[in-house]
Design a protein around this ligand. Sequence first.
Ligand code: DGL
Length: 275
Amino acid sequence: MAGAPDRPIGLFDSGVGGLTVLRELRRQLPEESTIYLGDEARMPYGPREAGEVLQFTREAMRWFAGRDCKLVVIACNTATSVALETVRDESSVPVIGVVRPGASAALTATARRAIGVLATSLTVRSGAYLRALRDLDPLVDVAQQACPKLVPLVEAGKAGTPDAEAAVREYVEPLLTEGGVVRPVVDTLLLGCTHYPLLREQIEKVAGRDVRVVDSATTTALAVREVLASHRLARRGGAPRHEIFATGSVDRFREIARAIFHEDPPDVSATRLPA
Ligand code: DGL
């Protein structure tokens, strides 16, 4: 078995969205090896019930345990919202979610303490962002917006198309008007789904210059760095190894991973999750 610091960091998402967290993690922690798992066969998680997503997350945790990961990042807001506390209790390695890091990024960005959260239906229903934001600032104003069309558009490789812009407009514009007048109700938009940074350009265009758009990738990578340091788990030197696995079809996955990492061809392998 590899020495503790040499073991990889696991990252989990329903699909390609968590690659936006992986990209930032690799930038901030270039010496760390990573194993990414996208549960492509069962995405999207957003329209599902909480119990189902908890079960999928537990299966992913068993899969990472079989690969001897030293820390696991739940790089999916939906899974973090409904499963983080439970899988953390059940895990022998540290588990980090993306909701609290996202909340702290949004609170750092907002000047008027007025934040709009774009997320999946299950993340919105779970209230996880409301709790995380109000834990950090009890007086913050939060407007949540479920965006069920966005994950399927990203997974279909349609980020950047007129269809994607129309969907972004449908979800973002209600947060920008008050009584029919265009006036941002919020000054910060939090991308509360790891797929949404892949639509950042369009979201920023619709939101306009007065609204800041933030995501959880930077603060999540920071949280990983702190946990690795405090547990003496940080890797020092040597070439890292990066592996990407997906359940279901890997073709679309490979294409999107290639666009994100500018790697040709990124190594994406098919896998199955232990039930
Ligand atoms: N990237 C996941 C998230 O952060 C997408 C969830 C989905 O599959 O609907 O919530």
